[in-house]
Ligand binder design. Structure first.
Ligand code: FE2
Length: 424
């Protein structure tokens, strides 16, 4: 007797199978002829593990237009605007906006999020708010929080002390922003300092690193070196790494093997990178996203992150990791069938590996979290940004959505007009 059996789903690798769920865990995979509290007929639809976002800002989401918009569209104006906003935002505001986003995420099958939390203000209200949200959503979303000194560990006079306080309060991961420090030397020193904090506490590291068009922004080199020196292999991630787009090719040919050797992973954020980078360029204008396929060819784990939805840096977004992967595959020119399928794997398994999620995946013993998509395979899911027909989190159905809107169907071309699930 199972709690739930998902019948006849197509796994991302093409196998068609049943999945038996009991007490929040996957208990059986194969042809199941048993009783269950509920049988969900997947009818050949794609059944995938949940989407994972390894880079987000829950403390800022849903604040678009408050108190004004980012007129230049640059990272630096966004940081200034966030500085105005966090002065007036309350813990209650941040909790309420973040919980709304978590509802959107759940409906999209996005069930694990790593969120950076600003640790610069002396009140640490963002930290207080996000720790509350983490507890509130724990039955359906695994929320990992990163202590993020947005205004610079050294550039802001109290950021270092406040970041340490945030870690003492229970924040999971050590973050940083070396390219925003006053000098390259301060940036490198901040990377060293923060990696030492993580090593001393046994924590993971995830830094905003080289989010810049400056080809000489090379903090990823220091991050890689410190990972090796401190024995942090497999626990460190570099987010953005956009300067690598503009770096000298010879330098990159030396850099990538070092990143691979140190087992440092990478998370580009394609929606935000393509919107924010290259703003000082005329034409030709740089894409400003890091070298994804080139890193993967060196064996470096690369995921895709969402970064922002409706905040001072990005005015759109729906918590849909298929949108993120869809943009990423275009900007990185990942057009072969193998590369397109890999983009789906990046927003599921690769992102889960970057976050270190232990019980993730569709295998016996894993947490019973999965999503049934209105698509036959991962590439079709990307092409259609397919509806999430059913989302199961830790053994419980938390969201259902209708299949394609029949009214929009074009006779003879039924799969071309599947309407995306619209978040209410
Ligand atoms: Fe970010």
């Amino acid at each position: 007797m199972f709690d739930i059996i998902v019948k006849g789903g197509t796994l991302p690798d093409g196998r068609i199978t049943d999945i038996g769920i009991e007490a929040g865990r996957i208990k059986a995979i194969g042809s199941l002829d048993a009783d269950a509290g509920e049988v969900i007929d997947a009818a050949g639809d794609l059944v995938a593990p949940p989407f994972v976002d390894p880079h987000f800002h829950l403390d800022a989401t849903q604040s678009y237009g408050t108190p004004r918009i980012n007129a230049s569209g640059t990272l630096l104006e966004g940081i200034g605007l966030w500085g105005e906003l966090k002065e007036v935002m309350t813990v209650g505001d941040m909790v309420s906006r973040a919980l709304t986003y978590c509802d959107w995420a759940a409906s999209m099958g996005l069930l694990a999020i790593r969120s950076h939390v600003d640790t610069c203000d002396d009140s640490l209200k963002g930290v207080e708010a996000m720790l509350h949200v983490k507890d509130e959503v724990k039955d359906y979303i695994d929320l990992q929080l990163v202590a993020f000194p947005q205004d610079g560990l050294y550039r802001d006079p109290t950021a270092r002390a406040n970041t340490i306080r945030a870690l003492d309060m229970g924040i999971d991961v050590v973050g940083g922003i070396p390219h925003f420090e006053r000098t390259m030397a301060d940036g490198a020193a901040s990377v060293r300092d923060l990696c030492e904090m993580a090593a001393a506490r046994g924590l993971r590291v995830d830094m905003h690193c080289d989010e810049s068009d400056d080809p000489m922004s090379r903090h990823i080199e220091t991050l890689t070196y410190e990972t090796q020196r401190l024995g942090l292999q497999g626990r460190v991630n570099g987010s953005h790494l956009t300067s690598m787009h503009s770096m000298d090719n010879y330098y990159v040919s030396k850099l990538l093997p070092l990143i691979a050797e140190a087992e440092v992973s990478a998370v580009p954020n394609p929606l935000i990178n393509i919107m924010i980078q290259g703003r000082q360029d005329t034409f030709p204008k740089r894409r400003g996203m890091t070298r994804v396929k080139e890193m993967q060819a060196h064996g470096i784990t690369v995921g895709w992150g969402q970064d922002c939805v409706l905040d001072p840096w990005y005015s759109l977004g729906t918590a849909d990791m298929l949108d993120v992967a869809f943009m990423g595959m275009h900007v990185a020119q990942m057009s072969s069938p193998e590369e397109m399928a890999r983009c789906f794997d990046m927003v599921t398994h690769q992102n889960a590996a970057i976050m270190g999620l232990g019980d993730y995946g569709l295998h016996i013993g894993a947490a019973a979290s999965l999503v049934i998509l209105d698509a036959a395979n991962p590439i079709e899911a990307l092409r259609l940004r397919a509806a999430r027909l059913c989302v199961i989190a830790k053994g419980r159905v938390i969201s259902r959505a209708p299949r394609m809107d029949a009214a929009l169907a074009i006779p003879g071309r039924p799969d071309t007009v599947r309407r995306r699930h619209k978040v209410q």
